[in-house]
Design a protein around this ligand. Structure first.
Ligand SMILES: Cc1cc2nc3c(=O)[nH]c(=O)nc-3n(C[C@H](O)[C@H](O)[C@H](O)COP(=O)(O)O)c2cc1C
Length: 386
């Protein structure tokens, strides 16, 4: 009985939130360009990070809006099945490592959202970080396609680099969320596999040496939005050695690997076998889909949201089918166009317990996870996660 009342009260709260966000806040936000709105959000997160009471307030709002629904996937028991994907809490870009490290010493918040976003959203993946800082691509690099509830970006792995990111997070070690992931990307433009591996391991060591222990580590093998690595590093030979070496370093921390949506079916099958053999715990499928960017059709930028959904589902289904056929133990974490209860249910029907989302934050607002989970209540998803 009290459960029914609680659900009804939550339903009313979320209905009011939806009207507020969809009729008032979102139209105002969408008056700004996607790029401008993105910068505004980063600035707002930096502000919210300053105060512990703000994080407490955000956490309180989430507690009112959501039901705790823990789920175990990829060696981690998550507080909820929706994980906020990499790409927002990744920090500013710098040209030189020394500049990024100096900023940390001067107590600059170089990773906006590190405190406030996990307070509001629960599980968040920080990064992608690369061994060295990157400024990312210049000019306008973020767009939205409202009709299809999609995002498109070619941010180009802008980040402060692993040394400064690790120093910053270590400085705030006592205040870090109880559960967070770190996403490390293979350095774009580094073609030599041995050099690639050295850079990834160095990046990882920089976090581990500072005693940072994320709940999971995602290796981003798909960097579709960078000028210097449009194809990604997703071949068998490179992947096997890399995964082995990373897992050895990680010890008890589970390794997840993030793949893009454009590989051939056979490539997915080969990589899945490699992941199983090396002990990777989960695949995040998928990253964004490269398509012509709005201002310059010859320049590609990664699609997320509605226009990614069908392809991401196809890839997830293929991986799950092959996993079952061979008895592999690697979990599949879905991602791509999880925007409402129905799209969440699409993945859940495949047997996927946990999902990553990004574009939903734009289209459904700061309580996206709570709203989507609520919309999925009473559906297939709900009946199988109680
Ligand atoms: C602006 C932006 C930046 C992103 N940056 C990263 C990144 O640095 N690393 C990464 O692994 N994924 C990145 N992503 C991809 C998201 O993590 C996510 O996989 C993708 O958007 C698909 O999810 P969605 O359909 O819910 O948007 C980025 C996405 C966006 C929109």
């Amino acid at each position: 009985m009290s459960g029914t009342i609680e659900r009804a009260a939550r339903g009313m709260l979320l209905a009011a939130y939806r009207v507020g966000y969809e009729r008032v806040a979102r139209p105002l936000i969408f008056r700004r360009s996607a790029q401008q709105a993105h910068s505004d959000v980063v600035a707002l997160l930096a502000l919210a990070d300053r105060w512990t009471w703000a994080a407490g307030l955000l956490h309180g709002i989430d507690r009112l809006a959501s039901v705790r629904r823990p789920v175990t996937v990829g060696g981690v028991t998550l507080a909820r099945p929706l994980i906020f994907a990499a790409g927002l809490v990744k920090g500013y870009g710098f040209e030189h490592e020394s500049d990024a490290c100096r900023a940390v010493e001067q107590d600059v918040n170089i990773i906006p959202g590190w405190r406030s976003l996990p307070a509001l959203l629960g599980p968040v993946e920080f990064g992608s970080f690369t061994r060295w800082p990157r400024l990312g691509n210049p000019g306008v690099v973020v767009w939205r396609d409202v009709a299809t509830r999609s995002t498109q970006n070619r941010v180009g792995l802008r980040n402060p680099g692993a040394r400064a990111a690790a120093a910053f997070l270590a400085r705030h070690a006592a205040e870090l969320p109880a559960q967070y992931g770190i996403n490390i990307a293979v350095s774009p433009g580094v073609d030599d596999p041995a050099e690639q591996q050295i850079e990834v391991l160095e990046a990882l060591d920089l976090f581990l040496e500072r005693d940072l222990r994320p709940a999971w580590l995602t290796l981003n093998l798909s960097c579709p939005n960078t000028e210097d690595d449009p194809g990604g590093h997703q071949t068998e030979a490179r992947t096997r050695d890399l995964c082995r070496a990373v897992i050895e370093r990680l010890g008890a921390i589970p390794l997840w690997v993030k793949l893009g949506p454009t590989l051939a079916d056979e490539q997915y099958r080969v990589l899945l076998r490699v992941f199983h053999e090396t002990g990777v715990r989960a695949i995040v499928a998928t990253n964004t889909l490269p398509e012509p960017s709005p201002p310059a059709p010859d320049v590609l930028a990664g699609i997320g949201g509605g226009r990614l959904h069908t392809r991401a589902l196809e890839v997830a289904a293929l991986l799950l089918d092959d996993r079952a056929r061979h008895g592999y133990t690697v979990d599949v974490i879905g991602g791509g166009g999880v925007l409402d209860g129905a799209t969440l249910d699409d993945f859940r029907r495949l047997g996927i317990p946990a999902l990553q989302y990004w574009s939903a934050l734009i289209y459904r607002g700061p309580l996206a996870a709570a709203v989507i989970e609520h919309e999925a209540e009473g559906t297939f998803y709900d009946q199988h996660t109680k």
